[in-house]
Ligand binder design. Structure first.
Ligand code: PLP
Length: 378
């Protein structure tokens, strides 16, 4: 047999452009994280990697403000952690109530229905969030076993206030799952104090690590439900009763953890601990304010009310007569700045601009504002 030469293409050395990633994610990784990724490998059951696994879990508990036993990096992106959250807590036939005020609420609806839930929607226009009275009314109608909310809706830039939601959930004997992908490490978040049973996140938003890991935490009530399941978790890879043994004290082989990604993730979490959560949240808030003030000076407005506007992701209204896509393309081609357009209800109406983690710095805000000004005037 002769070896076919088809597909044997000639390629150049990889030379990526120096983009400033100010869209909805990924954001630029911190240089220290990129360096950590290139450390030499050890085996995934090597004693040094086991130490690293402990450090990662402990630093993740700090970032999330939780004492939960399970606070682990799922091997996969934020969506894998999202699927793990659903797969482990939803049993076929469970009533699941989901807050739908953006793209990621819709994704949660899709996932929960694939796991056999009877899904109830709670709808709100994109850019708004739910108040406690609205959540109560929806819970009275749905009587859910699980309530899913998106803390930071990256598609709209709206923050979902969470204080008081856990008390409602306790009243209805319901688990609370919260998507913290665009809030962890950038927006005030207290897993234990707010009584969140299950939360998940991603590494490439406010944690400034490349995509590839999905942090997940399960509180005692969620673990209890997992133990009492009448059917096995219908997803082998994401079954936390198996994965938990790998990350727990037993260290039983389940799958090979992405070693180098965990080096990077550890460094990202070290950076959070070094800076301090409050300082980090304040930095995100201050740079977002600088950005919003600059937008106002330019005559541009934000889509989301200031009271629930996320510091990590701003939706900026596209002025009348301006081609949103052309502006984004010009920013990329001329300035190497990536921003994104709107999705769903907001398609063509807003730009989505992220100031996340390492990227949340005054010099980036100033560069973006002047680039935006020049582009729109053109
Ligand atoms: C980015 C994002 C996700 C999905 O994460 P991936 O890493 O893209 O899989 C889920 N929820 C929200 C709110 C997000 O912003």
């Amino acid at each position: 047999m002769a070896v076919s030469e088809t597909h044997r293409i000639q390629t150049k050395d990889l030379d990526t452009p120096p983009r400033l990633l100010l869209g909805p994610g990924p954001s630029n990784a911190h240089p220290r994280v990129l360096r950590a990724l290139s450390n030499r490998q050890v085996g995934h059951l090597d004693p040094t990697f086991i130490d690293l696994m402990n450090e990662v879990q402990e630093l993740l508990r700090y970032a999330w403000q939780t004492d939960n036993k399970v606070a682990i990096p799922v091997s996969g992106t934020g969506s894998a952690a999202m699927e793990a959250a659903i797969a482990n807590t939803v049993e076929p036939g469970d009533h699941v109530l989901v807050g739908c005020n953006g793209y990621f609420g819709e994704r949660m609806v899709d996932m929960a229905s694939r796991y056999g839930a009877q899904v109830h929607r709670m709808d709100k226009p994109w850019g708004e969030s739910f108040d406690l009275a609205e959540i109560r009314t929806a819970m009275e109608a749905a009587r859910p076993a699980v309530l899913g909310l998106i803390h930071a809706e990256t598609s709209t830039g709206a923050r979902q206030p969470l204080e008081g939601v856990a008390e409602l959930c306790a009243e209805f004997d319901c688990l609370l799952i919260v998507d913290t992908v665009t809030s962890l490490g950038g927006v005030p978040l207290f897993i234990d104090e707010w009584g969140i049973d299950v939360a998940y996140s991603g590494t490439q938003k406010c944690l400034s690590c490349p995509p590839g890991i999905g942090p997940l935490t399960l509180g005692p009530r969620a673990l209890d439900k997992l133990e009492r399941r009448s059917t096995p978790v219908p997803n082998w890879y994401l079954d936390m009763s198996l994965v938990g043994k790998y990350w727990g004290s037993q260290r039983t082989y389940h799958h090979t953890a992405p070693i180098n990604m965990n080096y990077g993730f550890r460094e990202a979490l070290r950076l959070v601990a070094e800076e301090g959560l409050e300082q980090r949240w304040d930095r995100h808030a201050a740079n977002a304010q600088l950005f919003w003030d600059g937008l106002e000076n330019m005559g541009l407005s934000c889509h989301v009310d200031a009271s629930i506007r996320l510091p990590s992701l701003t939706t900026v209204r596209v002025p009348e007569g301006v081609d949103a896509g052309a502006v984004a393309r010009h920013l990329l081609n001329t300035y190497n700045i990536e921003i994104a357009g709107g999705l769903g209800q907001l398609a063509g109406k807003v730009w989505r601009i992220g100031l996340m983690g390492f990227n949340s710095r005054p010099e980036n805000v100033r560069l973006l504002l002047s680039a935006l000004q020049e582009t729109i005037q053109k």
